[in-house]
Design a binder for this molecule. Structure first.
Ligand code: DGL
Length: 289
């Protein structure tokens, strides 16, 4: 049985590649719904419908465990998938999202930052707040419009650490800039998106979208708080999950195979996939219906 990695498109390749690097022994099936990307400005109902189709496809393709690498899908459809779709269709299999691990990582970074507060890690905050209780700290989130509207990050961050103030900003232009190799235009756009987060003196920043991992170095240059990037968090959290769930891990086959499937395939998708994930990525066309 394989590990499925789902994304609305190709940004999830950044996460898939980092998972594969961390856990190379397993067999992977990546599915990118390139025919219907972007998900980031769609309704919850539509996203849920798309995710149910993707889960059907991945489970029928022998996936034991599916990672929704897509933040929008995790934010809008994970809970319903776990509470309704799985018990009805595949009660023994698992779907994991990225919002909870990212929220946990952000809180862990805050705790680490607090210990080091005397060393001046919180450069953006007022001096008095360095010794403030952690519940008064502020976490910034950059994400798609649907992820922001879903309130999933605010909910999960407050579940992990009640009282945290969550400052969110939708950053719709970053996905097309990454997809169109527009890195040289990112600086001022990013500056604009980061400005309200700086103003609110955030203590750490969650990159709540697959594509933003491609911009993490630039973002770290433009803001001086810990930046939580999904490609760095998700592989560790998955390794930890598999260690804690031997009943799932033991069902996973270990032939180190990788298959990358997409629902629409053009030359530019090929080029993007190779730019994001390297020359070895061979995309195959498939259909979810
Ligand atoms: N993969 C999506 C996410 O992580 C970004 C692209 C989209 O809008 O579909 O939120």
């Amino acid at each position: 049985m394989r590990i499925g990695v789902f994304d609305s498109g190709l940004g999830g390749l950044l996460i898939a590649q980092s998972i594969i690097k961390r856990l190379p022994q397993y067999d992977y099936l990546y599915l990118g719904d390139t025919k219907r990307v972007p998900y980031g400005n769609r309704s919850q109902k539509t996203i849920h419908e798309f995710i149910s189709q993707a889960l059907d496809y991945l489970f029928k393709s022998d996936c034991e465990l599916i990672i929704l690498a897509c933040n929008t899908a995790s934010a809008e459809a994970l809970r319903k998938s776990q509470q309704e779709y799985l018990p009805r269709n595949y009660p023994d299999r698992r779907v994991l999202g990225v919002v909870i691990p990212m929220a946990e990582a952000a809180v862990e970074a805050l705790s680490a930052g607090k210990e080091m507060a005397g060393a001046g890690t919180r450069s953006a905050g007022p001096v008095g707040s360095l010794s403030a209780d952690i519940s008064a700290t502020r976490v910034g989130v950059l994400a798609t419009a649907s992820t922001v509207e879903s309130g999933a990050y605010a909910r999960e961050l407050n579940r992990v650490r009640p009282g945290i103030v969550v400052v969110q900003n939708p950053a719709p232009l970053l996905v097309p800039l990454v997809e169109n190799d527009g890195f040289k235009y990112v600086g001022p756009v990013l500056d604009d998106y980061l400005a309200p987060l700086r103003e609110r003196q955030i203590d750490s920043l969650i990159l709540g979208c697959t594509h933003y991992a491609a911009l993490k170095d630039q973002i770290r240059e433009q803001i001086s708080v810990p930046v939580i990037s999904p490609d760095e968090v998700v592989p560790e959290k998955l390794a930890d999950y598999l260690e804690r769930h031997p009943e799932i891990e033991s069902k996973l086959s270990k032939k180190a195979s990788r298959t990358y499937e997409v629902t629409d395939l053009t030359e530019s998708y090929y080029a993007l996939a190779r730019r994001l994930a390297g020359k070895d990525v061979d995309l195959q066309l498939t259909s979810l219906s």
